[in-house]
Ligand binder design. Structure first.
Ligand code: MN
Length: 367
């Protein structure tokens, strides 16, 4: 397994690359969507938070796709810093929202996806994470929920406010949209849209040498803001895998999100999917509680025994990249860096121990 760090768009510079190398990372996963653009109450030195039903900010330019040239330049910059660019996380909602909505621009948006995947492949970047969701990561609150009063995010009940027109995946794709809200659709309809997307995109991804990696629904509630979710229980990832045996049909395996789900055993689930060799990369995050009542914790302080998870991944031959997902904001002048350094130190120690044959026993109950 390889240790990596996820970097937001405004962190794609030598200072953050040096931080990653210093913490023991060999790989990075980058976000090219700027979640923080004109987003009030969405501080950029944290994971994108937004409000409970307030979007992160403006999506990108619908007419400007990421080009192979700029992706190659980015890869070279990252390699010059001593790291490997393992993947890009998330499509810009401006480029693909009508695939999610099955709207009039769908055909154009599929062309956008194809062009993006080809550019990513041409740039020699092996993985592309995505989240097939209309509501996106929404409905959460922030507070001093983690150990010692560290600020983290959580959820305190379902969020049912409808999504205004012009907002998709918790970002504003059309600031001038007509008044009104997105129509509610069924779970079956959203699965149909995902299946159609994968059937069209996977051959292109495969040819480009890119693995599409699906994030589960965060937070994992059956609906969010009256829109259906796809993977809100651990077993539901299997349905996504079973859509296609393509080697490009992979998972962006988010442990925090999976552990928040109300059904299933996280250790059995890690065993199940890692033994199918469908995990592209792993988000490490610990939590306490179950959706819709949970909060994010420090990596060593939640309900999941992360050493046991590392052991299971290793046992099943997972050789990909693991990154911290989110970490609580630590009380100091660099809250994001401190939270990440703490998580990376934990993961690095865990990886070293397992490499040396350490086999964690299940923790006794109540530990
Ligand atoms: Mn995640």
């Amino acid at each position: 397994m390889k240790l990596g760090l996820g970097l937001y768009r405004h962190m794609l510079n030598d200072e953050y690359y040096a931080f990653a190398v210093q913490a023991g990372c060999t790989h990075v996963i980058v976000h090219l969507v700027d979640y923080f653009r004109q987003g009030q109450a969405n501080p950029s030195n944290n994971q994108p938070t937004g409000g409970k039903d307030h979007p992160w900010g403006l999506a990108g330019d619908p007419n400007r796709l990421w080009t192979a040239a700029e992706l190659i330049a980015l890869r070279k910059q990252i390699e010059a810093a001593g790291l490997k660019l393992e993947g890009i996380e998330n499509f810009d909602p401006a480029h693909w929202y009508d695939i999610l909505l099955d709207g009039p621009m769908r055909a154009q948006h599929m062309q956008n996806v194809f062009a993006t995947l080809r550019a990513v492949g041409e740039a020699g970047i092996p993985t592309f994470g995505y989240n097939f969701s209309i509501a996106g990561v929404a409905g959460r609150t922030s507070g001093p929920f983690a150990r010692g009063g560290a600020e983290s995010v959580g959820m305190d009940g379902p969020v049912d406010t409808p999504i205004p027109n012009g907002v998709v995946w918790n970002m504003i794709v059309d600031p001038n949209a007509s008044p009104g809200t997105l129509p509610a659709i069924t779970h079956d309809e959203l699965w149909r849209r995902l299946q159609r997307f994968l059937e069209e995109a996977l051959p292109v991804a495969e040819k480009a040498g890119v693995r599409l990696a699906a994030h589960p629904d965060d937070p994992p509630t059956p609906t969010m803001r009256r829109q259906p979710r796809l993977v809100y229980q651990q077993a539901m990832y299997q349905r996504l895998i079973d859509i296609s045996p393509s080697p490009s049909n992979m998972l962006e395996f988010c442990l925090g999100t999976l552990a928040e789900m109300t059904e299933g055993d996280i250790y059995q689930t890690v065993d199940r999917y890692s033994s199918q060799h469908r995990i592209a990369y792993v988000h490490f995050r610990n939590i306490a509680g179950k959706a819709p009542h949970y909060h994010e914790t420090f990596i060593d302080d939640g309900e999941v025994d992360m050493l046991r998870i590392l052991y299971l991944l290793s046992k099943n031959g997972f050789d990909g990249v693991v990154i911290p997902d989110h970490a609580p904001q630590m009380t100091c002048s660099a809250p994001w860096h401190a939270g990440m350094a703490h998580t990376l130190g934990f993961l690095r120690a865990g990886l070293m121990a397992i490499q040396r044959g350490f086999k964690p026993q299940p923790l006794p109950r109540g530990t």
